[in-house]
Design a protein around this ligand. Structure first.
Ligand SMILES: N[C@@H](CCC(=O)N[C@@H](CS)C(=O)NCC(=O)O)C(=O)O
Length: 203
């Protein structure tokens, strides 16, 4: 048993970067093991023994227990910190965004990016519903961010960390963030809060 977490992840993946950024923001000691999704390293016998779902990110807790699912991992890491709002309504809003991210945002924006950038699929071979669904998701965020700096409560939370992961790379999936100015400003705000280099040139 060691005092540090072990994270298995692929830094091409926003889901994995959520975990890296949360751990860094909270100064959680960890070691990172690179897993290349494109080389099917999530499907080796050894990895499937750790996570039968065959996916990264995967966290091994300091006591040896495993935890999968990016949003579960970041919530676990952030428990008791300022990244989880204390106010019950703000905390529930944080969960609202985390569930929404996995059902309505990531499956369109991350998946379209993956198909374009990593599978090299031309636009006319990609299901047009992904573009529509992704644009709808960005529109939902645009409305929510009118007059607000962060998605849940008045300060950075894991909801922002989760949602920024693929939103900041949405242009790589063929989405034009300049159509969503509140989202664009929020991306910059969250990147600065996390100390990240901007993923795209400032608008
Ligand atoms: N809902 C999961 C999604 C995890 C996921 O889709 N991971 C991808 C990389 S982003 C993966 O491991 N793919 C490899 C595979 O399915 O073999 C999460 O949020 O952690």
């Amino acid at each position: 048993m060691s005092g540090a977490y072990t994270f298995y992840g692929d830094k091409k993946s926003g889901n994995c970067l959520k975990v890296l950024w949360t751990a860094q923001a909270l100064n959680v000691p960890f070691r990172w093991i690179d897993i290349d999704v494109l080389k099917s390293e999530t499907r080796t016998e050894e990895f499937l023994r750790l996570n039968p779902a065959g996916q990264v990110p995967l966290a091994i807790l300091p006591d040896g227990r495993a935890l999968a699912q990016s949003n579960a991992i970041i919530l676990h890491l952030a428990e008791g910190s300022d990244l989880v709002p204390g106010d019950p309504y703000a905390r529930a809003k944080m969960f609202e965004w985390l569930f929404w991210e996995q059902y309505s945002h990531e499956p369109a924006i991350a998946v379209r990016r993956f198909k374009k950038i990593y599978l090299g699929q031309p636009d006319d071979e990609i299901d047009p519903a992904l573009l529509q669904k992704g644009r709808r998701a960005l529109g939902v965020m645009e409305l929510a961010l009118l007059g607000r700096d962060y998605l849940a409560g008045d300060s950075l939370s894991v909801a922002d960390i989760s949602l920024v992961a693929y939103t900041r790379l949405a242009h790589e999936g063929g989405f034009d963030l300049t159509e969503f100015p509140q989202v664009l400003h929020w991306v910059g705000r969250v990147e600065r809060a996390l100390g990240l280099e901007p993923a795209r040139e400032a608008a």
